[in-house]
Ligand binder design. Structure first.
Ligand SMILES: [Zn+2]
Length: 394
């Protein structure tokens, strides 16, 4: 790659779960090559120094579940849209993302997969497309949320054929494990090392536990479109629901939408204070109205949703998708005192990277990719670097 050496100077750097003040981050060939204290200031030309004095320097955020932002959809605009999103997401500190794809026709889903494969190979500087997040192909009708059950959707056989045609593209697939049609998709997930995620499901606590034992190792938007912490038992007494099972299982990754509308802050706090700190992942589950000031009706997943200042709603009044961005999720979680700043950042960086078996990013450490976001003291994104190239900020 042979980039010039870049030095990010004077920041408060998040390294190994600690804040190191007034450091020099040295970046060469897209990777972090040194983290120096002030007394070891490296000699480089002024033009290759970014002054980050007073800014928090954190790993670039990784959004593993999003349908778009700033008017761009992940699943309708083809390659062009995905390449635009690579440029837009760094404004929110995001340096890697999984575009989401709902159930749609065979041709549409194959097009999304093909576009994604090409976007994953793009070498332009921008956020990395890490593969696809699929949901809706096997959703329980009572918990389908915004995932419409349509006759135009491709069949399970066609979907599996597409999974094998693009074996490195699909990374997470949400399934309702209680449905028979999930079984062959789950088998393909196991074969292709795709993460099978429980979601859009009426599985009870026992069924969820069985699914986790059998190889489901992820839960899609905890509390949304699934059974809750407490369900009614046989005799009417409270009984643990699948959300409780997900929180107490130390192996299963669990995503949560911390916008305050999909999940009330109190329930975010319960989740983050209960769940193994390495296994909770913040996601946006945003639709394309995120990052805009649009208010009103908009089409989304083949239906009309009402976009408000805070969330996009179905005509049932239930959330259809968020208008959250991942940097805002971090600010929310910290404001709600649901986790420490360090813990919160980890849930949008290292945990997401490890979940995707990516061991070269998600942390600021020597040899890691220089995917970095700079936040001010109010946790607003001031600058973002993708593989050592600044793609956002002054
Ligand atoms: Zn969903």
């Amino acid at each position: 790659m042979n980039q010039r050496t870049l030095v990010i100077k004077g920041g408060i750097v998040f390294v190994e779960d600690a804040w190191l003040e007034n450091r020099f981050l040295v970046i060469q060939d897209g990777c972090i090559s040194a983290i120096l204290s002030a007394s070891d200031e490296p000699e480089v030309a002024d033009s290759d120094v970014f002054n980050a004095t007073g800014l928090y320097l954190i790993p670039g955020l990784i959004d593993t579940h999003t349908y778009g932002v700033e008017g761009i959809d992940t699943y309708t605009g083809g390659l062009d849209a995905l390449l635009k999103l690579r440029q837009i997401f760094p404004r929110y500190g995001v340096t890697g993302f999984l575009p989401s794809v709902p159930a749609c026709s065979r041709g549409e889903i194959a097009n999304v997969a093909e576009s994604c494969e090409m976007a994953m190979a793009s070498t332009d500087h921008g956020a990395t497309v890490l593969g696809l997040f699929s949901e809706g192909m096997s959703a329980h009708v009572q918990k389908s949320g915004a995932q419409r059950q349509t006759n135009e959707a491709c069949t399970i056989e066609e979907f599996i054929e597409i999974l094998y045609r693009y074996p490195n593209v699909f990374r997470i697939i949400t399934l309702a494990p209680e449905l028979e049609k999930s079984t062959p998709i789950f088998a393909a997930c196991q074969d292709l090392e795709i993460i099978a995620s429980l979601g859009h499901s009426i599985a009870n606590n026992e069924q969820a536990a069985e699914a986790f034992v059998s190889g489901y190792n992820h839960v899609t938007h905890l509390y949304n479109a699934m059974g809750q912490l407490v369900e009614e038992g046989k005799d009417g007494a409270p009984s643990p629901g699948p959300a409780a099972g997900a929180l107490f299982d130390d192996e299963v990754y669990t995503e949560i939408i911390a916008d305050g509308f999909h999940v009330p802050p109190e329930f975010v706090r319960i989740a983050l204070k209960t769940k193994h700190p390495d296994k909770m992942v913040l996601v946006s589950d945003s639709m394309r109205a995120a990052g805009t000031s649009f208010i009103g009706k908009m089409s989304f997943l083949g239906q009309v949703v009402e976009v408000t200042e805070n969330v996009a709603l179905l005509d049932t009044g239930r959330p259809a998708a968020s208008i959250l961005t991942l940097d805002k999720a971090i600010r929310n979680v910290v404001m709600w005192n649901a986790a420490s700043l360090k813990g919160t950042i980890r849930m949008a960086t290292k945990n997401a990277a490890r979940m995707l078996s990516l061991f070269d990013r998600g942390q600021i450490a020597i040899g890691y990719r220089a995917d970095i976001a700079a936040l001010d003291s109010d946790l607003n994104v001031q600058a973002t670097w993708c593989q050592g190239v600044q793609v956002h900020g002054i």
